[in-house]
Ligand binder design. Structure first.
Ligand code: NI
Length: 289
């Protein structure tokens, strides 16, 4: 399949460039530490992994690890579409801290070893252990806003809508589509919050797949797209029509003729979801790297 690697990056408005498209920045490693590694640090690690994707290395540990992740923390993160059910509390090691560029503690006191040259933050968060679910939800929301602020700091070019750097240049869908040289190879052309805006040209069919945690919006620009859905259903989209495939629903886009589309999907969304086929396009290539 032809690669988009030779597509000129300059054709993407600079203000729309997600961080991952910037010249190879080192990937920061972030370590979250709390006492039991069962609640706060697991929620923070879950958010950072989900929101920053592979732009950040994320790990967590505890000074006195518990036996299992707090079920209330698992439940309130599941409400956000983030699965931490299989995370296991682990003991903080000196190597953990040595590997990390950023260490964020949450009430572990002096148990966290300090190395020179690291960036340390201490987040004053309520300990969710033994608290009712409403309180745990509040802790979760507090953690999310702190993680979002951390991402802005660590990956400063990430926000496309940063008013200080945004240029007043519109993006032409037609011009972006003209840069696409291969079918089924989405091209990231912008970003709004945690969503990528992509364009793609389609012909034939992709593959049956699902995205466990993300819905996916298809907007047809030209042609006619059939999206086959599990349960022997399908939706047919013409120019100007869109459909959101709900998260977890198996689907297979089929284009009998050439179709041009705009896709809006969360930055964590994998091209072919839970399956990997020869035509699967990793996000780095969708970003033109
Ligand atoms: Ni999909």
């Amino acid at each position: 399949m032809p690669s988009l690697n030779d597509a000129p990056a300059a054709s993407i408005p600079a203000a729309s460039l997600p961080a991952a498209a910037a010249p190879a920045a080192p990937r920061p490693a972030v370590l979250f530490v709390c006492v039991h590694n069962a609640g706060r640090s697991q929620m923070a690690a879950g958010y950072l992994a989900a929101l920053a994707g592979d732009r950040v290395d994320v790990f967590s540990a505890g000074s006195e690890p518990g036996d299992a992740v707090n079920p209330a923390a698992v439940a309130v993160m599941a409400e956000e579409g983030i699965d931490i059910a299989h995370a296991e509390p682990r003991h903080l090691s000196v190597d953990d801290v040595r590997q990390a560029d950023v260490v964020i503690t949450m009430g572990c006191g002096d148990a966290c070893p300090i190395f020179p040259g690291k960036r340390y933050e201490d987040w004053a968060l309520t300990d969710p252990a033994g608290q009712p679910v409403d309180v745990v939800r509040g802790v979760r929301d507090d953690i999310r806003s702190r993680v979002e602020a951390l991402i802005e700091e660590l990956l400063p070019s990430a926000p496309a809508e940063d008013p200080a750097t945004a240029t007043a240049t519109p993006t032409s869908i037609a011009a972006e589509l003209a840069e696409v040289t291969a079918y089924w190879t989405p091209r990231v052309v912008g970003r709004v919050n945690d969503q990528y805006i992509k364009v793609a040209r389609l012909l034939g069919e992709l593959v049956w797949h699902a995205h466990e945690n993300e819905g996916e919006m298809f907007l047809v620009v030209s042609g006619q797209l059939v999206i086959q859905l599990e349960g022997e259903r399908e939706v047919t989209l013409g120019p100007g029509e869109f459909y959101v495939v709900p998260k977890g629903v198996r689907h297979n886009p089929v284009a009998a003729e050439e179709v041009e589309i705009v896709l809006i999907e969360t930055v964590t969304t994998a091209h072919t979801g839970d399956v990997v086929v020869a035509g699967t396009v990793p996000i780095a290539r969708q970003l033109g790297e």
